[in-house]
Design a protein around this ligand. Structure first.
Ligand SMILES: [Zn+2]
Length: 137
């Protein structure tokens, strides 16, 4: 685990805030593994993941959800996102995937909020990345 003081741009509020606790690399992968079909942060072009890590959760790659603040999110599910870092502790409050807890997933370069890391009771993980905050190859 690494700690750092970073600026976090929150798309929902438009505010930039300090975040004191960043955790990194819950997955084994590294950005060096992501040779072809890369997926990038739309803000800073950091490599986030790869098309080969697309996965289906509850029968679908993409999902649309609304959070308690009424923001709509269209997310895609990925097995790994080595370009992300994570904010906060796992929580199951307002989870969109039953039985899964989550924490924020941020771009590892510019700290933009790109989605969420989910962990189920069996401790397997996946990423829900906001599809208009990432771009494909
Ligand atoms: Zn970025």
């Amino acid at each position: 685990m690494e700690s750092a003081l970073l600026k976090w741009f929150n798309f929902d509020t438009g505010n930039i805030t300090d975040i004191k606790e960043i955790t990194k690399d819950l997955t084994k992968g590294s950005v060096k593994d992501l040779e072809d079909d890369k997926i990038y942060c739309v803000i800073c072009d950091n490599i986030i993941s790869n098309i080969k890590y697309k996965t289906h959760i509850n029968g679908s790659f993409d999902h649309t959800f609304t959070n308690p603040s009424k923001f709509n999110y269209h997310i895609g599910c990925f097995k790994k996102a080595p370009g992300c870092v994570y904010k906060g502790l796992f929580t199951d409050q307002f989870t969109w995937f039953e039985g899964c807890s989550w924490k924020y997933a941020l771009c590892g370069s510019c700290s933009s909020h790109l989605g969420w890391l989910y962990k189920d009771k069996g401790k397997s993980i996946f990423f829900g990345l906001i599809l208009d905050r990432i771009k494909f190859g």
